[in-house]
Ligand binder design. Structure first.
Ligand code: PBG
Length: 321
């Protein structure tokens, strides 16, 4: 076995998987402000940008060949309420960001998260009644949120809320309003995970959550077959692309998803995964660059067609260099 591993050229020749810049989706945090580049404390190297900075920041990603960005808003506390009503407004921050990018950097894909957690004062992805998250009532709001994003010019609607039936309902609403070309990437197998911690800091949604638990809508990390049922439903309801989230602890799900459905399949290397690699790197405990590249190659090996990763720009620069 070692004969093929002797030299760099031979190792390259026998390599089975390769990461390309075309595999990367870059999540970008947006916040109200001017010339803002605000560090996210728990994610060293990640910033919140104001809309006026997006032409430059997203322009660089486009120049590097990154196909798409995923936008996440930091919502100021005074704009939050129990039903996340700010999410439905055509003049909300995400819609402003989409319009700015579509104007200044038209040739990059723009994806928007559909969920209520950045917008609700309790931090849940849906609306509450007696400490329960209501399903269909939440879906109605999510539909209006998705339509606002589509009107702003969003290319890919990405529901991450994990309410039942939302993909079909959003698809029908998009079609009815003339947005039949807007794509849907479903966060289909999204687990109730500890690895989202730094993200909640980044978007300011570390709300109280109260007695209700995200485990009543996000998946149990113990389950695999259930992920396939979630995927089957979202695909039947009209998802164009599917996602598994988090990434590294769920590579088995990525592989099963790809094998079972042959859909465009993405993994989200989430905030906690980024934070772990960054923190260990900063401490000199691991080689940050190598760990970053190795972790992303793992997604390719598992069958992912692409990865949402906070490392996207760094990786793209490295591959170009
Ligand atoms: C919103 C959403 C979350 C993430 C993406 N969309 C947080 C959550 O569900 O609690 C997490 C992304 C990350 O950790 O990088 N529903």
């Amino acid at each position: 076995m070692r004969r093929n591993r002797q030299t760099d050229w031979s190792r390259r020749l026998v390599a089975e998987n390769r990461l390309s810049v075309d595999d990367l989706i870059w999540p970008v945090f947006v916040r109200v402000g001017h010339g803002l580049e605000e560090p996210v404390e728990s994610m060293p190297g990640v910033f919140r940008h104001s809309v006026d900075r997006l032409a430059e920041v997203v322009g660089e990603a486009r120049d590097l060949g990154i196909p798409a960005v995923a936008l996440f808003p930091f919502t100021e506390p005074e704009l939050k309420d129990a039903t996340g009503s700010y999410s439905e407004r055509d003049d909300n921050l995400v819609c402003e960001a989409v319009r700015a990018i579509k104007k200044d950097v038209p040739d990059i894909g723009v994806m928007c998260d559909v969920a209520l957690d950045p917008y609700t004062d309790h931090g849940h992805d849906g609306v509450l009644e007696d400490d329960r998250i209501l399903n269909d009532e939440s879906v109605e709001i999510l539909v209006r949120q998705a339509l606002a994003q589509a009107r702003a010019g969003c290319d890919i609607i990405a529901p991450s809320d994990m309410m039942d039936g939302r993909i079909g309902t959003i698809r029908r609403a998009l079609d009815a309003e003339g947005f039949e070309n807007v794509q849907i990437m479903a966060y289909s197998a999204k687990y109730a995970s500890a690895f989202y911690g730094p993200f909640r800091d980044a978007v300011g949604s570390s709300g109280t959550l109260g007695k209700a638990s995200k485990s009543t809508y996000q998946m149990d990390p113990a389950n695999t077959d259930e992920a396939l049922r979630e995927l089957a439903l979202d695909i039947a309801e009209g998802a164009d692309m599917v996602m598994v989230k988090p990434g590294m602890p769920y590579l088995d799900i990525v592989r099963r998803a790809k094998d079972a459905f042959s859909m465009p399949t993405y993994a989200y290397q989430v905030s906690g995964e980024y934070a772990m690699i960054s923190a260990a790197g900063l401490n000199g405990w691991i080689d940050r660059d190598r760990a970053m590249m190795e972790s992303l190659l793992g997604f390719k090996r598992a069958g992912a067609d692409g990865v949402l990763t906070y490392f996207a720009v760094e990786v793209a620069k490295r591959m170009k260099g």
